[in-house]
Design a protein around this ligand. Structure first.
Ligand SMILES: NC(=O)c1ccc[n+]([C@@H]2O[C@H](COP(=O)([O-])OP(=O)(O)OC[C@H]3O[C@@H](n4cnc5c(N)ncnc54)[C@H](OP(=O)(O)O)[C@@H]3O)[C@@H](O)[C@H]2O)c1
Length: 291
């Protein structure tokens, strides 16, 4: 199978699997890679552990894709070495074997975590400051920011697609674990203390997938950084309250945490101006998740 339409690196993950599924449904000729678990979808699959030599290169040689979407990311709690292997070295290796005479589009899925949260909301032109992060996401943030730059510097056909706080259902219909936990706790009457001065950009996985498919098509001409996230910045407090309302739990269970302030939200206004896919606000997202 050569000259396929789309190759999804990390197609067995939460976002990657929904993306593979949507690409199949859209009639795209798609293949995906997995590392530790293969998914049940009718597409060609390749086992690619980015720490192993040559398998990635062999996959590219066999598929010769017209577009690649890179969704691979180490599992939470992984060490700095693994983050570097997946978010930086994997990109470098992949770009080194792509055909320069017939360049394919390369979409690197990245994260709002490349920003510290000190001066959000962040636009596409803002400079990442992951070195300011001292939390558990530091290695993820640092290596993802380097991965973005490696791709932008080495490959003119690059789109960096940052997203944030992705919610929704995976290919088996299960909610993502973070939202599932919140729902279960609210339903069980557990009080949730949430930051009222901490701002995020919740994103619906279906909406992200639609936007990724749009930008992967040949007729989408922009190259550079895009923010494919929900259109609304909202505090953790207001988000949890909206979830409570949506699932008909007691909103009063959500109380205000005033201990810290930051804003890690993504401004999506420029991206929306060049994108046909409508980036959803929080109410639109919750109505789709809990119909
Ligand atoms: N989920 C969010 O809230 C969120 C927020 C911001 C940005 N993002 C971005 O969205 C993208 C996808 O995230 P996700 O939530 O879908 O992640 P995920 O569910 O953890 O999926 C990660 C994918 O990477 C693969 N992978 C892990 N280690 C690997 C390795 N050593 N070699 C090769 N592949 C490896 C996994 O394969 P196996 O499962 O087969 O091992 C899986 O396909 C990432 O770029 C992430 O930065 C996500």
């Amino acid at each position: 199978m050569t000259n396929i339409d789309l190759l999804i690196i990390g197609g067995s993950g939460f976002v990657g699997a929904r993306l593979t599924e949507a690409a199949i449904r859209a009639g795209r000729q798609v293949a995906y890679t997995y590392s530790s678990h293969r998914i049940q979808l009718p597409a060609a699959s390749f086992q690619v552990n980015l720490q192993d030599e040559k398998v990635l290169e062999a996959c590219i040689a066999e598929t010769r894709p017209r577009a690649i979407i890179y969704c691979a990311v180490p599992h939470p709690g992984s060490g700095a070495e693994l983050h570097k292997a997946v978010s930086e070295n994997g990109v470098r290796r992949l770009l080194a074997v792509l055909d320069r005479s017939n360049p394919c589009k390369f979409i690197y899925v990245s994260t709002n975590a490349v920003f510290s949260g000190k001066s959000g909301p962040y636009g596409e032109d803002d400079t990442p400051d992951p070195e300011e992060r001292q939390d558990q996401y530091r290695a993820y943030a640092m290596t993802r920011a380097r991965g973005e730059q490696i791709a932008l510097d080495a490959w003119p056909e690059t789109i960096v697609a940052r997203t944030a706080d992705v919610n929704g259902r995976g290919i088996q219909g299960k909610l993502n674990p973070r939202l599932q936990r919140l729902v279960e706790q609210l339903q069980a009457g557990v009080e949730k203390n949430r930051l009222c001065d901490g701002y995020i950009s919740p994103t619906l996985v279906d909406n992200l997938v639609a936007a990724l498919l749009e930008i992967s098509r040949d007729d989408f001409e922009y190259r550079g950084v895009l923010h494919l996230a929900g259109s609304q910045q909202i505090s953790y407090y207001d988000f949890a309250r909206m979830v409570a309302r949506e699932i008909k739990a007691d909103e009063q269970l959500v109380t205000k945490d005033t201990s810290r302030a930051w804003n890690i939200a993504l401004d999506t206004s420029y991206t929306q101006s060049i994108l046909k896919t409508h980036l959803m606000d929080v109410q639109e997202q919750l109505s789709a998740i809990f119909p």
